[in-house]
Write a protein that binds this ligand. Structure first.
Ligand SMILES: Nc1ncnc2c1ncn2[C@@H]1O[C@H](COP(=O)(O)OP(=O)(O)OP(=O)(O)O)[C@@H](O)[C@H]1O
Length: 593
């Protein structure tokens, strides 16, 4: 549990470690030049310098000169300035905190270095020098310390931003630079090996201290605000009136650590504090507990709001706990698909979504309750599926998801285009079973996929019903017709076959030459002839033959911005054209109208 109040003073306290660090490096320098001088391994250092000086070559000298130039004072200042300008101008939201970290690390390292050289005096190695020797002590190496602060600092930022293989490659490449500078300085006869080790140590310690002060979530550094951010004063919000002391109640923040990185978490924390939610309890999700300890945190406690920082899987797991409790949920989209957030028209930026949600109203949204063989009763908020889409979800590579986002699902889908059709029977609201063949069956609470593709054009999160689509394309022509139908609905262009018509001999509505069949019901019972892969809100579940889904109208209170738009975005003439304002609109959605 982390309380925002507990961490306010940490940055100041951590920066106090810098003088301590200067003292330690200076003490090390005094040891190296005093009692330890002449003892192994320091006694071997002159030999190393002499051996390198004796083996100098043109390529090595050119390389070492380039490295020394790169780590020179002028280059480090210029590169730091460029990096800071890039951090401020290139991302959508200026990265003030990262700028402060980088510039602060470079400046703090130099300050510690200068302080140490006031105390420690060590002559340069007794070999020919390839550079003019600066007046400072040989211990520690300023070039190496500066390059560690700058390139090591960039490595820290890259490690926070990048994912997968790219992260390791970039971080390794950046960390190699100070090592190459260290070797170059010894090669050029400018430093003993222990000088460059002390430079590396000084740079690394500076990074640790400054990162601890400025980058860790909850360090209480100046809030980072996007352009157009609202005022920081607490405003009327979706839930949880103020206590007598003026503060709001407790907010539990559920954080999927992979999707919601440290910086996003810090922005979420800042937005919440700016809106008066100072009593924050943070819980982390895990593969085994996709909503962390949310149930324990909300059981019996006075939780006024739950903020979910994750993708649809995390939102689903939290919704399963919160449905029916009345505790409102705010969604901070941090996943790959974020389909519920998209369908509810929340901004894709995490902090912006939270700000808008907190400025709006908590309204009732339907959830689906689902069970089956090997599927313990649980809930979903987006879509549940069996067949093609579940196989696609199951086989999407996590690594590709990290690099390509939802395009990874498209690649996975291509592998399953030729999967065999399923035989199934479907019962709607306890009616007679309908026998069908299909490649995929999807039951949806909302209907729009990535790119505005309306898989279930009539689905609305407040309809009090669930929508169903069966996909049964025959051959490439069928797939093309289905794709064209969905795409034309997505862009608002109707096709000749675009109008769904009643299915002959059943309650469904056919479209795309019969490749798509739509239903709607409050309860759906599915029987599959053979065990099929199944998915809930983008997470694969065990294969099985039975699925029962039932709607729980308005069971989940979700904080939505006002004006409230309802319906499937992108569907022409569909409810997404409706825009209602303020509390009235929220109330209408809440009532499932
Ligand atoms: N700390 C964790 N480490 C590994 N897996 C986790 C962790 N926390 C949650 N998970 C798993 O992540 C899945 C939920 O991920 P989530 O849906 O939030 O992200 P996503 O798949 O990227 O987003 P989306 O569903 O929007 O595409 C669950 O299957 C859960 O078991």
């Amino acid at each position: 549990m982390t309380n925002a109040h507990d961490v306010d003073t940490r940055p100041g306290r951590l920066l106090l470690l810098l003088p301590l660090q200067a003292g330690l490096v200076a003490a090390l320098g005094l040891l190296v030049t005093g009692p330890l001088a002449g003892r192994w391994p320091l006694s071997a250092e002159d030999g190393v310098n002499r051996a390198l000086a004796a083996r100098r070559s043109v390529p090595a000298s050119v390389f070492s000169e380039a490295m020394s130039l790169l780590a020179g004072t002028g280059s480090v200042i210029a590169l730091t300035l460029v990096a800071c300008v890039v951090l401020l101008c290139v991302p959508r939201v200026p990265r003030w905190r990262e700028v402060a970290f980088l510039a602060g690390s470079v400046a703090a390292q130099s300050a510690v270095f200068l302080l140490v050289t006031l105390v420690v005096e060590r002559p340069r190695p007794d070999v020919p020098h390839l550079d003019a020797a600066p007046p400072t002590s040989s211990f520690p190496s300023g070039h190496v310390g500066a390059s560690m602060a700058l390139f090591g600092g960039l490595a820290v930022l890259a490690a926070r931003r990048l994912r997968g293989l790219r992260r390791y490659l970039v971080v390794a490449a950046l960390l190699l630079i100070p090592l190459a500078v260290a070797g170059s300085r010894v090669y050029r006869g400018m430093h003993h090996p222990s000088d460059v080790l002390a430079g590396l140590l000084n740079g690394a310690c500076t990074l640790l201290v400054v990162a601890g002060a400025l980058l860790l979530p909850g360090t209480g550094a100046a809030p980072e605000r996007a352009a157009g951010d609202g005022p920081t004063e607490p405003r009327p919000g979706p839930a949880g009136g103020r206590t007598s002391s003026g503060a709001r109640g407790r907010v539990v923040v559920v954080r999927h650590p992979h999707g919601c990185d440290g910086e996003t978490a810090a922005r979420v924390r800042d937005v919440l504090r700016g809106r008066g939610w100072t009593d924050q309890v943070w819980v982390l999700t895990s593969a085994e507990e996709p909503c962390g300890a949310l149930a324990a945190r909300t059981a019996g406690a006075d939780t006024a709001l739950v903020v979910v920082c994750g993708g649809d899987g995390t939102v689903r797991a939290c919704a399963d706990v919160l449905a029916g409790t009345g505790i409102p949920m705010a969604i901070v989209p941090c996943g790959t698909g974020n389909l519920l957030a998209r369908n509810l028209r929340l901004p894709s930026d995490a902090a912006a979504a939270l700000r808008e949600a907190l400025s709006g109203e908590a309204v009732g949204v339907d959830v689906g309750r689902i069970s089956g063989d090997g599927l313990a009763p649980t809930r979903f908020v987006v879509m549940a599926g069996a067949g093609f889409d579940a196989a696609m979800v199951r086989d999407a590579s996590p690594r590709l998801k990290e690099h390509l986002g939802w395009a990874a699902y498209v690649l996975s889908a291509l592998r399953h285009l030729r999967d065999p059709r399923m035989r199934l029977s479907i019962r709607l609201d306890g009616g007679a079973p309908l026998e069908r063949r299909a490649r995929m069956v999807v039951i949806g609470n909302v209907g729009t996929l990535q790119g505005g593709l309306p898989l279930l054009p009539d689905a609305r999160p407040d309809s009090g019903r669930l929508d169903v689509v069966l996909l049964d394309p025959r051959g490439p022509g069928g797939w093309f017709a289905a794709a064209r139908h969905l795409a034309s609905r997505g862009t608002g262009r109707g096709s000749a076959d675009g109008r769904p018509r009643p299915a002959p001999g059943g309650p469904g509505r056919l479209a795309a030459h019969g490749a798509l069949e739509y239903f709607s019901a409050a309860r759906i019972d599915l029987r599959l002839a053979r065990a099929q892969p199944r998915e809930l809100d983008g997470d694969a579940f065990a294969a099985g033959t039975r699925v029962t889904a039932e709607v729980e109208p308005g069971a989940l209170r979700v904080c939505l911005p006002v004006p409230v738009r309802t319906g499937a975005p992108g569907a022409p003439g569909a409810p997404d054209e409706q825009v209602t304002d303020g509390a009235e609109g929220a109330a209408a959605l809440s009532a499932g109208n």
